[in-house]
Every structure is written in structure tokens, then in C-alpha cells.
Design a protein around this ligand. Sequence first.
Ligand code: BES
Ligand code: ZN
Ligand code: ZN
Length: 509
Amino acid sequence: MKQIIDVELRARKVDFSKCKTDLLAVGQFSDVKGLDKINGELNRKLDGAIERLIKLGDFKGKDGTSAIVYGNSQIRAERVLLVGLGEKKKATLDTLRKAAANAANKAVEMKIGTVSLALHSAFGARFDLTSMARVMAEGTYFGSYRYDEFVTENENGRLDSLDVELIDSDSAKTKKLNKGLWSGAIIGKAQSYARTLANRPGNVINPAKLAAAAKDLARDSKRLSCMVLDERQLAAKGMGGVLAVGSGSQNKPRFIVLKYNGAGKGDAVGLVGKAITFDSGGISIKRAAKMDEMKLDKSGGIAVLGTMKAVAELKLPINVYGIIPAAENMPSGASYRPGDIITTFSGKTVEVLDTDAEGRMILCDGLAYAAKQKCNPIIDIATLTGACLVALGRCMAGLMGNDENLKRQLQSAAKESGEKVWPMPSGDEYGKEMKSKIADLKNLGSKWGGACTAAAFLKQFVGDAKWAHLDIAGMDIFEKPTEFTVEGSSGFGVRLLTTYLMNLKGKKG
Ligand code: BES
Ligand code: ZN
Ligand code: ZN
């Protein structure tokens, strides 16, 4: 069985009722009385079946719901999937993305190999067709994603490939749809790539394996290069933070630097991602419950990897560094200890008070490295604090930073990509808590405001660069399956960061 489900995507001009397909997906808002043109026509040909479904209250068009009506001799679709879009006035591009994901998820679940999406029609001219195609493509990848590479006894088997077409009866419209599919497929694939890497457990992916994956990525692209520092080179460079965190594990740490050159000599954006391939807490060990979820503590680094893949395939006209400090945080006789004082890459010293606050110990070296390469702006992404999860739940990532304009750009990319962020503070009030009496900084603040003190710590390592920090603890995982996807890694950050970078030069495919 193949590791991923192959998705084929295209746009086609065809009349909705004449479209031969296993599943025709159409959208319906909850607050729109009556049926729109397409749904009305399908309803007539289906002898009023859609109207009856709605009248009986079996389908109300609510967000995240769907219903199937079976075809008849009057239409050429075997099934019509009505996908709820919620209230029309609240609808965004993400509504459409989720609707496509919902349809793709159903198709895979039901082992339906060919799907036709007419979901954009319900939105009329509210968004341009190219953007609508892009988000439908992203949603299709998202919803059809499965992770089963280690399942050898799947009685029911699963779909190997999914054929998806965006259909419209107007050929001018299918042309525009086709344009958006290209970038949507690149972003969708990059996110699935990130989800698979993140879902792989600690015994399969360690820092060296992650570095090998980054090298593979660079091999596939002319504009992408990859440099990896091993343990000895880390010592030579004085990357004390990464070395300290990695010291307890048999799986030695790595420092991964991907460089994308799309703009010659110009400035580079620096992306820095936390990649702890497993976070046991180290000597300050975590409790057992749900410790398995800490295999996802590499999600920030992998979001950077996925973004670099997308950026290279989109051939964006910018320069980007993808900096990924990678380590496994384990307890052993060689581990770093509470009380240790570590000299980091920047030269600043840090008193370790909790070995479970390891994310900031590796990120400070990553950020200082980005600053040294003169990256500007610098954006880091990390499953950094349980406190952020307490503050924002599993709905939004925390957004901190030292530049209002950069934060605004990320907020607008979050809206577009459907990967939401919420602003949180990281000013001097919080910075004060991170001062140590016997070193420059300590890695633990007081009991309160843990997401903000962590960000205030990171801020010390970016020099004069514009900087933003995304705390994605909580956003890295779906604990349970939803209407539109399976449980496990969410790939959060790939869409957000890629959208941010696409917007820098106003390049949208
Ligand atoms: N990787 C964790 C943060 C985390 C918690 C991510 C829950 C996802 C879900 C991080 O390394 C950590 O352990 N942070 C500590 C920091 C504390 C010791 C200051 C935390 O949040 O408890
Ligand atoms: Zn930790
Ligand atoms: Zn961690």
C-alpha cells in the first residue's frame, strides 16, 4: 500500500446535471431560504429529494454537516453530497476550504475514487475564482490525508488514489479555476508532507533522520540548498543550547539550515522552527499521561520544512532561510541538569531551572544564527508552552513579536489561510522575570503568563531584526477526527507561513 493517497486535480467544463461522477459535492448555506440555481436544478431532476431532505430537517446547511442524496436516471452523478456552509454572512474562503476537505474526507472514508466539486458556485462572485480553486485544492489534500504507513493489517484496505475535478458549466470560469489549482496543489501537498513527517514517532524520526529529509528536499530543487551541522560542528560553533538539550539522548542533535534563493542578493526572511523529535521533559521529566503526544514537539521545525518545500515549488521571488535546530530531550546520565549554566551561540548565558523548558534553549541558538545571517524579518514557530494551550485552547496560535507591521501581516495571512493566530504580549514586564542572578537569563519564569515569558526570553536573541513568534502548542494536533480530517498532526503553519511569504511580493497563482 502506498504511503499517501495520490490526488489528481483538474478543472472541467460540464453541466452540473450532466456530470458523470461518483460523488458530486455542492454547498448549501444554513440561512439562505430555498435552493440556488444548481441545487434547484439538481432537486428538480431528483424529483424534489433535496427539498424533502431539508424540509424533514435532516439537513440544515449547518457548518461541518453534510448529507447524501443518491442519483437517478435524470442526472449522471451516482451521489450528490450536500455540504453545509453555515451562515452566509460569516462565510470566508476557509469555509470553502473546509467544505472541500469535508467532501474529500467523506470520499476517502467511503472509498469513492472520483469526485466532482461544485462547491464554489454557492459563493457566487464573493471571492475570485482563482482563490476559490486554490482553497478547494488545499482542502482536498487536507481532507483526504491519511497516515497509515505502519498499519499492516487494515482489513478494509483504503483508497490509493483520488481523482478530483472542479466543475463549472462556464468555460471562462473553469479557466480561472485551473489557474488557482496549481498553487493550491503545491501548498496542499507540502502540508501533507509535513503531516506525515510530524506523525512519524520518535523511534522513526530523530534529529539525523530529520536532517536527511531536509537534504532530500534540497536535492529536489535547484534554488534550495541544505547545510547540516552535526554534534562536533555544533560544539565548534558554540551552539550550547542545542547541545545541552540533545546531550541526554543517544540520538545526537543536528542544526539544519535550508536556504532558498529566489531573489539573488536581496534580504532574506528567516524562518526558525523548533524540532524536538521527542520531548520527555529530560531530567525534569513529564508525567506519563499523553506523553506520546510529545512526538509532535517537532511540528514547528517541520512546518518550516513544509513551507520551504512550498516556497521552492511556487518559485517565489524572495530569499528565505529555513533554520531548524533539532534535538531529542531525554533523561540520562549525560543529560543537562536543572542548575546548569549554558553558554549559547549568542554568547549569552542561561541558567537552566527546568529541563522541560527545552524549546527556548534550542530556539535561542536558531534565532541568534538567523540574526547573524542578517535575516530580517525573523519568524519562529514552536510548540513552546502548555501555557499557550491553556490561554487559547486548540483554536488559535499565540502571536508575539517586536514589530506591529509584521504582526499585522501574519494576522492577515492567518485569516486567508484559515490557520488562526491571536496577539499576545511579550514586553519588558515579562522579560524581567527571565533575568537570572548568576547568569544573563534563566529558562523559567514565575508560575503565571508562561507563553508570554517564554516569548520575552526568545526576544533577547534576535538583535535589531523585526521578529514574530508563533506558539503553536495546541495547534499541532487533532486529538479526535473531525468532519474534515483524521486525528494526528495538523501540519499547522505550512499554509500560514506560505501565505505570508506569497503576500510579500503579491504573488498569487
Ligand atoms: N513541548 C512542551 C510544550 C507543550 C505542551 C506542547 C503541551 C504541546 C502541548 C514544552 O517543551 C514544555 O514542556 N514546556 C513547559 C515549559 C515550562 C517548564 C516553563 C510547559 O509548558 O509546561
Ligand atoms: Zn518541554
Ligand atoms: Zn517541548
